[in-house]
Design a protein around this ligand. Structure first.
Ligand code: FES
Length: 104
């Protein structure tokens, strides 16, 4: 598995909120669902909207541009079986959010 990289302070991503991070060459949205961190591709598959500016409700993240919704655990777009964002493993360690890089 890939290395874990620090992407921000856990205090900057309270429960129910999102932050944007850069992992390698990818823009990622990190979300906090009741203290659990999840991360997925931060660019909406529709027209490239910034998912970190979206609205999180439970495990559902809604894009701010046209309302596409994703399950942040799986990356699945909720109205399509074929659209799925890349997801990353995320964790909190010592007050820092970490994301695992994809396998090289
Ligand atoms: S860009 Fe996200 S719903 Fe259109």
């Amino acid at each position: 598995m890939g290395d874990w990289v620090d992407v921000g302070s856990a205090s900057d991503c309270a429960p129910g909120s999102c932050i944007e991070a850069v992992v390698g060459e990818s823009i990622v949205v990190v979300v906090n669902v009741d203290g659990m961190f999840f991360a997925m591709d931060g660019i909406c598959a529709h027209q490239g909207g910034p998912l970190s500016k979206g609205v999180l409700s439970g495990c559902t993240l809604t894009c701010p541009w046209h309302g596409w919704q994703y399950n942040v655990e799986t990356g699945q777009q909720l109205l399509s079986d074929t659209i799925r964002q890349t997801v990353y493993r995320a964790r909190e360690s010592g007050g820092t959010i970490q994301i695992q890089l994809p396998n090289p």
